[in-house]
Design a protein around this ligand. Sequence first.
Ligand SMILES: *Cc1c(COP(=O)(O)O)cnc(C)c1O
Length: 795
Amino acid sequence: MVTEFSREGLKADILRHLTYTLGKDPEHASRYDWRVALSYAIRDRIVEPWFASTRRTWAEGRKRVYYLSMEFLIGRLLEDATVNLGLREAAVEVMAGFGQDFRTIVEDEPDAALGNGGLGRLAACFMESMATVGCPAYGYGIRYEHGLFRQRFEGGRQVETPEDWLRQTHPWEFARPESAYTIGFKGHVETQGGREVWVPGETVRASAHDTPVVGWKGRWANTLRLWAAEPTTLFDLERFNRGDYAAAAEPEALARTLSRVLYPDDTTYQGKELRLKQEFFLTSAALQDILRRFKAAGHALTDLPRHVAIQMNDTHPALAGPELVRILVDDEGMMFDTALDVARACLGYTNHTLLPEALERWATFTFGNVLPRHMQIVERIDSWHRRIYGPPHYVGIVKHHEVRMGELAFVMAHKVNGVSALHSDLVKRNLFPELNALHPGRIINQTNGVTPRRWLKMCNPALSGLIGQTIGEGWEDDLDRLRGLEAHVDDAGFRAAFGAAKRANKAALSDWIGRNEGVAVDPDAMFDVQVKRIHEYKRQLLNILECIAHWQAIRANPNGNWVPRVRIFGGKAAPGYAVAKEIIRLINDVSVVVNSDPEVRGLLKIVYPPNYNVSMAERLIPAADLSEQISTAGKEASGTGNMKFMMNGAPTIGTLDGANVEILEQVGAENFFLFGLTAEEVMKRRENPDHARDAILACQPLQDVLQMIAEGRFSPDEPDRYHGLVHRVWHHDYFLVASDFAAYHAAQGQAAAAYADRDRWLRMAAMNTARSGFFSSDRTIRGYMADIWSVDPAL
Ligand SMILES: *Cc1c(COP(=O)(O)O)cnc(C)c1O
């Protein structure tokens, strides 16, 4: 329950923190000081619900959920917490009283980018939803010193620089130096008294840092516990005294390396030993912490599944299976078969990808070297599974000198889930067909969602205000109520107000683009947005090729009735992903030519602000008219960006992929611009070795576009810059850019026609918001609680 917070109380607390926590005289306080003081004052107000939630969980003997994830893309926390506590208005006023602008203060906070993209953002949305529905939970992750790199463009090329979110005080966390565990690596296995014992050759300490995560209205709060790596041995004083300073600090540097950086690649797997160590570091620290808490309650270990649910977010924490078995068997003396049953009853595994190059596989040499005892246990799990289930064609966990983490996670989990209906179906049919046949019913679906508090209430005050005026309060944690807006869509006054809210967001974005990118964009133009990681399967290339075709069409018919457009891109490429970086450069090269073409007269602008992150998403999505979700069908597991756009009233132009399928189902075909091959047609199409050539020859605009790029129209200083790219489209077009181009081009024409009819467009946009209730992550979390975790909500 939230108690009444008076403005005066908030004001006094801010001043108290400024004075006594930060040691600053208000007269000399900087923006940073005010922000940190406000953050502490807000954090204070989370502490009571946080304690109350923990006490209730203990007192009522509730089962806890442990969400293990290598990534939590949480973004900024101040405004989110303020909104959830119902204190935004108070905070705005109180800060104004101090002569401080709340918006400016909020934007001073670094964006915590402890994740790459969708997978990490899902984990962050889940934490907020678990707190909102009252699911007792801990999130476990790594406290990376440097999150995802910062992106800049130099001559159109992506340049990466380190990210530094911890340089300033991070006011949200509580360091828990007393909650630390020793994590082992390497070494050997000894037999002692008939038992196998692992004697690690290296150790580090995992030290906990807790961030409370408060749900809507402050009714419940959970903990995000991030582990920082520290040396177990202090530095070598003897060497230091001899003047060998670098060598003296070596153990410390080595240990800290473990939590130094987030791996910046989310779609291919690298096989680096440090990554395996990071994965074990997280998993082992989490399991030690879980078992300590469990034992403190005095239960028998065989009762673990009644009190503990552990969710593995992708295979990254899949070592949880063998590590839990190791602890139960080697440390606790449980029988191996019993330990397997106990572990499996606790564990769930969420699959996030069908891309074969993203499925983790570790060379048995590396795995056995870093985790010798776990290697033995994995082999034993594999042979146990073969003995009980294994027909001759069974795909094993250890095969061709590799440990396959997908198979390991599958075998060790009682439920395996995909993240959209289509994806879960493909997980059954294409990814794990044999295991699915052996364990029918184990694979289930839990379609992703996003938290409407951050992705509607907080980031779009204009639209959320209108929603409140139209259907009343209470939609924030009961998003299906948005359906109530449908009744108002025929009301011209409502449509005008909906349009005005969007227009205000677009005007604010235009200002921002003007200030930051130096490009003037017309807020009445259609804002067509594709923001997400840059990847071939997401097909930013298809988008930029269509931009060029559109540009050519305007030039060919300057007096045509064109709908002015702003095509906005955003997203980072993995530093080692050369093709993705080439696409970034092409987008930037094309934007230079198009934006400076006088013949276009502002009918088309292309902008690509660098460093897409959660904060930029919060700025762009409320201002979007059209949501680009154009992946090759069968490749995007779910997408969550698509859901954020829908909530904020942007119809989708997209393929039948991931959760687009369910968005289309909810919103209706008349409110969605569908195009392109289906997942099945994609597979068929690839059987024709000339698919790209045939498609290009059948589509003159595409042929012209490719010709212009090949001739160096966008790279006059280096005409053959994109020869390789154009050649790939003609000859190795695995993601079927050419085959879907004509349909995409036509769908873009339909979108323009719909936009030109203002009433029709506003109806479509409002219908998207009205029918987005299904995509609240509260619905997703309730699904996990019922179908995987067997946990009842405390609220
Ligand atoms: C939501 C989100 C994503 C995921 O976007 P998709 O379009 O689903 O790939 C990635 N990055 C950020 C910053 C996000 O907010």
